[in-house]
Design a protein around this ligand. Structure first.
Ligand code: SF4
Length: 420
């Protein structure tokens, strides 16, 4: 195969892979062994993205952009008139090793369209990972995208070689899936996820007894949902996420704003991309569910099916639940402190440590890093002034918005940098 042809394939298949954002590599501690190549525990892998969503430190490609399915939201769909290409297994292996040796990448993110059926495709994805591990002694990070409907045996094998596995849910509601991806069945996502979940648990338990038990998908499994393709509410999306976190022990759910790519009347029209702020609010909500002890029903429910774009979801919840406040920073428990707007988990930890030695006041909180522009309306401490006084939630909201010197204010297409 000529260099030009490989280069052409790479252009096509790397471009087609850029719509998948679920390639963070956190959570794997695969070590270099037998003087092999790579080390997935090395810091700095795959946490940087270029502006179009491509992850810069992984080789992120599709095995093929041929697909037998016709999902309306996907550039790879069979009815789309695009140039097609497919890598051979050995070509992906060679590219990964060559790129690794040149220091271009630290791992591989490999996804694929569906060649002729799920197993035929999955077999090839597994073969790439197996060759890298067994023949090339490659210990770098490997994220394999699982093909919906792949057999249990292949999913099992995939987890022996890959650090992370993921099946993309894509569309959060059954109705949306039926409308936009009529070839896909929800069960086809759930079954591989369930296999992976069970194997992870099984291997972990075995490892407790037999130390030499190999690791199975050490970075766990993840999924991605497309936001804004099927008219779903934020509630639909986050209820689906909560379901998957709870039932399949997912490491991460990624949210990817739909990029209008066609004139299909089932989809938002061209030129109407999903504001990035919506994605950010979803990530913030996801964070609250995973680390702050919130239940999804508290943040999104029938009266509030969509997240507030003006304020973050924790502040929005607090403004709807002023009865819980003010919280005394010197006596409140960890769970309640975590619910105070402007307090991140690091600040909560620091507060709990610091208050063992003295009563905290506003100055102490400022030094700890508390975002007082928000927290001051919800906290009391060893200072006389308390900002909430008898302010209504509408007044607090308006004061916070006015005082927030946010670069995002008024132009919602930019990414939030911090979350408290
Ligand atoms: S199955 Fe996957 S690759 Fe194929 S059209 Fe659907 S989303 Fe695209």
């Amino acid at each position: 195969m000529s260099f030009d042809r490989i280069n052409e394939k790479l252009n096509i298949l790397a471009d087609a892979a850029k719509y998948d954002v679920s390639c963070a590599s956190s959570g794997s501690d695969r070590k270099n062994k037998n003087k092999g190549l790579g080390n997935a525990s090395k810091m700095g892998i795959c946490h940087s993205y270029t502006q179009d969503g491509r992850c810069v430190s992984l080789l992120k490609i599709l095995l093929t952009n041929h697909c037998i399915f016709d999902c309306a939201y996907c550039v790879t769909r069979k009815s789309n008139d695009v140039k097609r290409a497919a890598f051979k297994v050995q070509e992906v292996v060679d590219l990964t090793i060559n790129f690794y040796r040149r220091n271009y990448i630290e791992g591989l993110f490999l996804s694929s369209g569906i060649f002729k059926n799920a197993d035929f495709t999955m077999e090839r994805l597994v073969a790439v990972a197996k060759k890298l591990r067994k023949e090339e002694n490659f210990n770098g990070y490997i994220h394999l995208k699982s093909i919906p409907g792949a057999s249990d045996e292949l999913m099992y094998e995939a987890g022996l070689y890959a650090d992370r596995l993921s099946v993309n849910i894509e569309i959060p509601t059954k109705k949306g899936l039926k409308l936009l991806a009529p070839d896909k069945r929800r069960e086809d996502f759930l079954k591989p996820m369930n296999t992976v979940k069970n194997e992870i648990v099984k291997y972990k338990n075995e490892k407790k007894i037999i130390k030499s038990t190999p690791v199975y998908a050490p970075a766990g499994q993840s999924t991605q949902m497309i936001v804004g393709a099927s008219g779903e509410s934020d509630k639909d999306i986050m209820y689906a996420s909560s379901f998957f976190y709870k039932n399949f022990k997912l490491k991460r759910v990624y949210y990817s704003g739909y990029v209008p790519i066609s004139n299909d009347s089932r989809l938002p029209s061209l030129g109407s991309p999903v504001p990035m702020l919506r994605e950010n609010r979803l990530y913030q909500t996801d964070w609250l569910l995973r680390f702050y002890g919130f239940e999804v029903q508290e943040l999104l429910n029938e009266p509030h099916p969509n997240l507030d774009v003006e304020v973050d979801p924790k502040l929005s919840w607090a403004l709807r639940n002023l009865d819980y406040f003010p919280v005394n920073v010197n006596t409140a428990n960890r769970q309640m402190l975590a619910r105070v707007p402007g307090l991140g988990m690091q600040s909560v930890y620091k507060i709990i440590q610091a208050r063992k030695f003295r009563g905290l006041n506003w100055d102490h909180l400022k030094k700890i890093g508390v975002a007082l522009n928000r927290a001051r309306y919800f906290l009391i401490c060893n200072s006389v002034d308390f900002e909430k006084r008898d302010l209504t939630s509408a007044q607090i909201r308006s004061l916070i918005i006015q005082k927030t010197n946010s670069k995002y204010q008024g132009f919602y297409n930019n990414q939030l940098s911090l979350f408290n």
